[in-house]
Design a protein around this ligand. Structure first.
Ligand code: TYD
Ligand code: MG
Length: 426
């Protein structure tokens, strides 16, 4: 095929070779974007507030939802719990990993019965589609995508081509019949969803279930969502009888037992769309062996090293010969930079062995020159601190448009680390 530019006329002419029809006849007409009708997507309520929140208000019919996470984190529990609770909807729960007896034992453990949840142990893609045809469920669950195999592909279950083929078949059925599907997926050693990246491209929603197995908190994070925001997170607590939804995270994340303990500072952070009060704990001690150790749980180690350098350089603290251990309580991983101020305060508090008053919390990012930088959504943070009974909150000075009069909590603004330290430890 060649393209010819008709110079004289200024028009582009296309000349298709005889063997190929370049212009296909189409019947559908592209519409002006302003004329495209918007129909509110009907959503299926999962009866799980935290899950609904992360999904952007429930499940969209015909959507493919991938739930990823490390082995043992609670993916099967989360999804089975939803399958049992979703009420009048007929659910087909296909497991390639567990027998119906094992699933039944788990269902008994989480004390939930359902009239409408059918279970089957199956790994053949063709047979699963056969079940879907016979049963015609309102929701399909596949645990897990890595165990499925299709006859049309020769390779082993879990291989790139099997995952691609099986997801493709499920996708077609989902879109044609408007069937929502929850796929459970494993995570590999590097912490990525095992299998081809194409899996993430094919599905509509990717949720990641994470947490520290030694702690009971689990966070459901949305990584991709074609029908909602990816800023939301859901919080759960793993109990002996299943996952409990945590609707008020702050109360759980504060231990309330740190009165007069040095090395503890409370931060008014925001994760997802919600404010949290998070406890930061630090331990500073003289380095026993030559090279000082730095360790952080729930906080970026590079950021900790940067903050230590700022403390050393700008505030004159000799931390180079000290071991520093930092821990965010509850096994939560925090990405919000506003917890910097609490991190440095906890470190200093441990270093000088003076406690931070437990009625004070703070929010502020620490810059390289020791300046306290403004943080987003300060009003939500102040509101949450006030709601939880804190008496004072320390925030960055350069916060625009803040009406301090309307809060019944003392709001103190600081622009430099030194000012914050003077307030806390004077
Ligand atoms: P599971 O859902 O099997 O994890 P995944 O599917 O992600 O591999 O959950 C595994 C862990 O959760 C297991 O160690 C036991 C624990 N658990 C509870 O603590 N309470 C419960 O009610 C259930 C069902 C499991
Ligand atoms: Mg499982």
């Amino acid at each position: 095929m060649e393209y010819l530019c008709g110079r004289g006329s200024g028009k582009i002419q296309y000349q298709a070779s005889a063997s190929q029809n370049f212009f296909e006849t189409v019947t559908a007409k592209p519409a002006l974007i302003k004329d495209v009708p918007i129909s509110e997507l009907p959503r299926i309520n999962t009866s799980n507030m935290e899950l609904d929140r992360v999904l952007g208000g429930g499940m969209v019919p015909g959507s493919l939802i991938l739930v990823g996470g490390e082995p043992g984190i609670g993916k099967s529990t989360l999804v089975l719990q939803m399958a049992l609770r979703i009420g009048s909807q007929k659910v087909l729960y296909v497991s390639g990993e567990e027998s119906p007896q094992q699933i039944k034992l788990r269902a008994d453990r989480i004390h939930q019965g359902s009239e409408n949840c059918l279970v089957v142990s199956e790994t053949s893609m063709e047979k699963i589609l056969g079940h879907v045809k016979n049963i015609n469920p309102d929701l399909l669950v596949i645990d897990s995508i890595q165990t499925l195999s299709s006859e049309s592909v020769e390779s082993l279950p879990g291989s790139v081509s099997q995952i691609r083929e099986c997801t493709g078949s499920i996708l077609r059925v989902a879109k044609e019949t408007n069937l929502p599907v929850v796929l459970i997926g494993h995570i590999n050693k590097e912490g990525n969803l095992a299998g081809p990246k194409v899996l993430e491209h094919m599905v509509d929603v990717v949720l990641q279930f994470e947490g520290d197995r030694n702690h009971m908190y689990r966070i459901l994070r949305s990584i991709k969502n074609r029908f909602g925001s990816t800023a939301e997170i859901g919080i759960f607590e793993m109990l002996g009888n299943g996952l409990r939804e945590v609707t008020n995270p702050s109360e759980l994340l504060l231990s309330h037992h740190h009165d007069n303990l040095s090395g503890v500072a409370i931060s008014a952070a925001i994760e997802g769309m919600r404010p949290f009060l998070i406890e930061t704990q630090a331990l500073v001690s003289t380095a026993a062996y030559g090279t000082p150790q730095r360790s952080a749980t729930g906080f970026d180690l590079r950021r900790l090293n940067m903050l230590l350098a700022v403390l050393e350089k700008r505030a004159g603290f000799k931390l180079a010969v000290k071991d520093v251990f930092l821990n965010i309580a509850g096994g939560i991983k925090v990405n919000d930079p506003s917890i910097d101020l609490a991190v440095v305060s906890a470190i200093l508090s441990s270093n000088i062995d003076i406690p931070v008053t437990s009625s004070v919390c703070m929010a502020g990012e620490v810059g390289l020159s020791g300046e306290i930088r403004p943080v987003t959504r300060i009003e939500q943070r102040i509101g949450e601190a006030s709601k939880l009974g804190f008496e004072q909150i320390i925030i960055p000075k350069f916060t625009k448009g803040l009406d301090l009069v309307k809060y019944d909590i003392q709001v103190t603004q600081v622009s430099k680390l030194e000012e914050a330290f003077k307030l806390l430890f004077a």
